[in-house]
Ligand binder design. Structure first.
Ligand SMILES: Nc1ncnc2c1ncn2[C@@H]1O[C@H](COP(=O)(O)OP(=O)(O)O)[C@@H](O)[C@H]1O
Ligand SMILES: [Mg+2]
Length: 323
């Protein structure tokens, strides 16, 4: 991470605009199970918003509704005032990018190639142009590589551009996922448990990275179980419990809320470092953090490929890394 300043902007400085993402009355049912119940959520430009709640609360399902992987049973999702089409690649094209709870990289591709895959929604060169490989194609490709390298510099992976992604340590694979999402030049980035499986140092570095992303003008909506991470980072936090939005407010309000304490935290969050054994963090992590795999199953692997714009078959085996 080259352009990251140590000084963290205060939340009060952050919001600088109107609604970017607006989800209204989102309901998602799977047969008899209602995973998301009438959830409204707004992310304004310049904001970092947190989404927390116990495992199985519907957080990932809600993300899937926002990003076109699922078509909500009811409700609407709009971005910059326009209803988002229920197709992942169109949502990415509209300016909303995401990472997944389980890492989804193309393991046999290099770090740089993974980022280039993320750029495809922003490059206009069509198949014909790619086949002919004329000057326009070469120019566009050179520009893409240049931009992908800039993003890798920013993320701190430029020196590993030629490494196969499967050879990266786990924390760097998570960073690479963020780099790939950034490559689509989003206005809003959705992160699903970006620090899962990271050590405390990596988690703190990710915190700085998210601030740096926001400072580049990209709003962030983040799901996370690490309460220190969430409460340090977020301008606003929404709490989902059993598919319903229980509470929403500033970090200060949410961490003292009796209902949140009862349903999720266990006791008020005091902000002690997680590695020094904060009781609330430990409770939250012990009770809910070790993620029982609740994602949608077989279908999503192919969909991730489609989301990235190429079939997994064409790009080498896609890697899902559960940790
Ligand atoms: N594709 C699906 N089909 C059926 N049930 C699902 C599907 N996806 C999620 N669920 C269920 O929805 C609920 C919420 O899951 P999820 O959104 O993964 O929770 P969280 O991310 O908050 O841990 C769980 O009960 C889960 O089993
Ligand atoms: Mg989840």
């Amino acid at each position: 991470m080259t352009t990251i300043t140590k000084e963290q902007p205060t939340p009060a400085q952050a919001p600088d605009g109107g609604p970017l993402l607006q989800a209204s009355g989102v309901i998602m049912r799977f047969g008899g199970l209602t995973a998301v119940r009438d959830v409204d959520l707004t992310v304004n430009s310049g904001e970092i918003v947190g989404l927390i709640g116990p495992n199985g609360a519907g957080k990932t399902t809600f993300f899937n509704c926002l990003t076109g992987l699922y078509v909500p049973t009811e409700g609407t999702v709009s971005y910059r005032g326009e209803i988002l089409p229920p197709k992942p690649h169109l949502v990415t094209q509209a300016g909303v990018a995401r990472t997944f709870q389980n890492i989804r990289l193309f393991s046999n591709m290099t770090v740089l190639e993974n980022v280039l895959v993320g750029r495809h929604t922003r490059t206009r060169e069509g198949l014909l142009s790619a086949l002919i490989r004329g000057p326009r194609y070469h120019k566009a490709e050179a520009r893409s590589r240049e931009r992908a390298m800039e993003i890798l510099e920013f993320i701190g992976l430029a020196d590993k551009a030629d490494h196969l992604s499967r050879n990266l340590p786990y924390g760097e694979q998570r960073k690479l996922e963020i780099a790939r999402a950034l490559a689509s030049e989003p206005g809003l980035l959705l992160l699903d448990e970006p620090t899962a499986g990271m050590n405390p140092q990596e988690t703190r570095a990710t915190e700085e990275l998210v601030f740096a992303i926001r400072d580049q003008g990209i709003a962030v909506l983040v799901i996370e179980h690490d309460m220190r991470f969430i409460f340090n980072l977020c301008d606003r936090v929404a709490v989902l419990v059993q598919g319903e939005k229980l509470v929403e407010g500033t970090s200060d309000i949410v961490q003292q809320d009796e209902r949140v304490i009862a349903a999720y935290l266990g006791e008020p969050f005091e902000g002690a470092p997680a590695d020094e054994g904060d009781a609330a963090v430990e409770q939250a992590e012990a009770g809910f953090g070790a993620e029982a795999e609740a994602e949608a199953g077989a279908g999503t692997r192919a969909e991730a490929g489609a989301d990235a714009g190429i079939a997994a078959d064409d790009a080498g085996e896609e890697q899902e890394n559960d940790r």
